[in-house]
Write a protein that binds this ligand. Structure first.
Ligand code: SF4
Length: 350
């Protein structure tokens, strides 16, 4: 694979081989003055992931530019692994995966096949579509709540799920995110990296802390926000601050508030303070999630799913004892020795 392709898809193992073939060492990446731009680009990669959620792509004017872009990937990874913040790790992995998704849209299915092979996903071509083994399909879609992703709603042929190219890429996005997350969690960071990137790490840590501190939620009548898990607290604060909350986040906070006993009108009023508030759309979403105009009354996603969506800002001590945000609220209520001023959750949390 050439350097331009690897710069666009740096998660390929071949990227490491190419970097080694150029005689670029870890010491060079961390401190060589000639690679200062790669370090700047790496830091930018992390910051953009934190702010916008997707690593943007710039056209490469030359092979050298592409090489710098490629090098910015291991630089960014070293920085993320050094910070050791689960929220940052997930945001970063998600943003790289989402970027890969949008780049893959323009690729031929044969290239999608190569990406799947790299990710050890059993996927092959099928008349312009893709066949993916049902076990891989389940592994990478089990946290997607939409009915369109349920196995029962797929065409299955001889143990393989037949997917459009676009849906196959979406499955691969989840596989890429998981791969990057796992690699970052397992990465061993040595003193050379910590010392070499100290300035950048301080800056990134500061921005992560600032971002978390920016989200200050306000009380919601009978529902106690002091019992909210960090994920729901942050989502609520983002809504109240008029921040752009992704669809998965809106779903999570609405279903959470609903299960705490808030009425649709009360939930609606939480969203009504948002500057770009869309009354009709918000009302529809709330009524759908709470089962008023749909056959399902939803519960919020469990922790594993929240993490895969990049919605978990990192567990606190109480999180270590539960697997579901609703369980967190109930546990906190018990710890406070009260029955809870909000109505109890309507459904048992998983
Ligand atoms: S561990 Fe679970 S409850 Fe805690 S912040 Fe993460 S998603 Fe929320």
């Amino acid at each position: 694979m050439d350097v331009r392709t690897l710069a666009r898809y740096p998660f390929f193992k071949e990227s490491g081989q190419l970097i080694r073939s150029k005689d670029i060492s870890l010491e060079d990446l961390v401190g060589d003055i000639a690679l200062e731009r790669a370090r700047l680009m790496g830091k930018r990669r992390v910051l953009v992931a934190l702010e916008k959620g997707e690593v943007p792509e710039a056209p490469f004017a030359s092979e050298y530019e592409a090489l710098l872009e490629l090098l910015s990937y291991p630089v960014a990874r070293m920085m993320v692994a050094s910070v050791q913040d689960p929220y940052l790790t997930r945001r970063y992995a998600l943003s790289e995966a989402v970027a890969a998704n949008s780049r893959l849209q323009g690729e031929e299915i044969v290239f999608i096949e190569a990406v799947a092979k790299e990710l050890e996903v059993d996927l092959s071509r099928e008349n312009g579509s893709a066949r993916i083994h049902f076990s891989d399909f389940l592994r990478y879609t089990n946290q997607m709540r939409s009915k369109t992703w349920k196995l029962i709603n797929q065409i299955v042929d001889g143990g393989y799920v037949i997917l459009t190219k676009q849906k196959a890429i979406r499955v691969l996005q989840n596989a890429i995110q998981k791969k990057i997350e796992k690699e970052l969690e397992e990465m061993v960071v040595n003193d050379l990296i910590l010392r070499g990137f100290q300035g950048q790490l301080d800056e990134i840590r500061g921005i992560v802390a600032e971002k978390k501190a920016r989200f200050k939620a306000e009380d919601l009548g009978k529902v106690r926000i002091t019992r909210f898990p960090p994920c729901m607290y942050q989502l609520l604060a983002m809504v109240q601050a008029g921040e752009n909350v992704p669809h998965t986040g809106r779903f999570a906070i609405v279903s959470f508030l609903h299960n705490l006993g808030m009425s649709n009108e009360e939930i609606f009023n939480v969203f009504a303070t948002v500057p770009d508030f869309n009354e009709r759309k918000t009302g529809y979403q709330i009524e759908h999630i709470t089962g008023k105009i749909s056959s399902t009354e939803y519960t919020p996603p469990e922790c594993a799913t929240m993490k895969s969506y990049g919605l978990c800002p990192g567990p606190d001590e109480t999180c270590l004892r539960i697997r579901h945000p609703l369980s967190y609220y109930r546990l906190k209520a018990r710890m406070e020795g009260q029955k809870g001023t909000g109505s109890p959750p309507r459904k048992a949390a998983k």
